[in-house]
Design a protein around this ligand. Structure first.
Ligand code: FEO
Length: 184
């Protein structure tokens, strides 16, 4: 009896997404190393924590494949190629990676609908919500840097931003929890 509740194609796509999350983890590590080498310990701490979060995403998908009777696979990832030249570029790269990942998650959702695999559709919804949070977090980084002066930010304002990010929470509040009394 076939005990794998995932189709071959769905299992392959989920493994691909595991690799993408693992790749994202490596990219955040590389960006964190870059930030630290520039003297931004707070930014690098934030990025290292984020690298760990991406690894957790990979594990979540790995466990889901196992739970459905499938066989996950750990694939090779490429060395991160693109390093930023400045903080604006660094935060733009973060947003770009998150948008790419959102598109990959939407691909999984589309495929689960096509295959009428409602278990995977349901599982993927966690990632849809997670991506709203991750994109919001990346947009907030860009906004904060703009307020600090962008590429022309003074050392003082970058120092303050670096300190802020070192202590910043990894979670953000989403619009769905906002109220008129508390429009976060
Ligand atoms: Fe796992 Fe940043 O998405």
């Amino acid at each position: 009896m076939n005990t794998n509740r995932l189709s071959k194609t769905m299992q392959a796509s989920l493994i691909k997404q595991m690799t993408k999350e693992n790749q994202a983890s490596q990219i955040y590590l590389a960006l964190g190393i870059w930030a630290d080498s520039q003297g931004y310990g707070g930014v690098s701490n934030f990025l290292f924590r984020h690298a760990q979060e991406e690894r957790n995403h990979m594990i979540k998908i790995m466990m889901y494949i196992l739970e459905r009777g499938g066989t996950p696979m750990v694939e090779a990832v490429e060395a991160p190629k693109q390093l930023p030249k400045n903080m604006t570029e660094c935060f733009n790269l973060v947003l770009q990676h998150e948008i790419d990942n959102t598109n990959a998650i939407y691909g999984l959702v589309n495929q689960s609908m096509d295959e009428k695999d409602w278990a995977t559709w349901n599982f993927a919804q966690w990632f849809v919500k997670e991506q709203i949070e991750e994109e919001k977090l990346a947009l907030e980084l860009i906004d904060k840097l703009k307020i600090a002066g962008g590429d022309r930010a003074t050392d003082e304002s970058l120092f303050a931003l670096d300190k802020f990010l070192g202590d910043a929470p990894d979670e953000v509040t989403l619009a769905r929890t906002s109220t008129a009394d508390n429009p976060e």
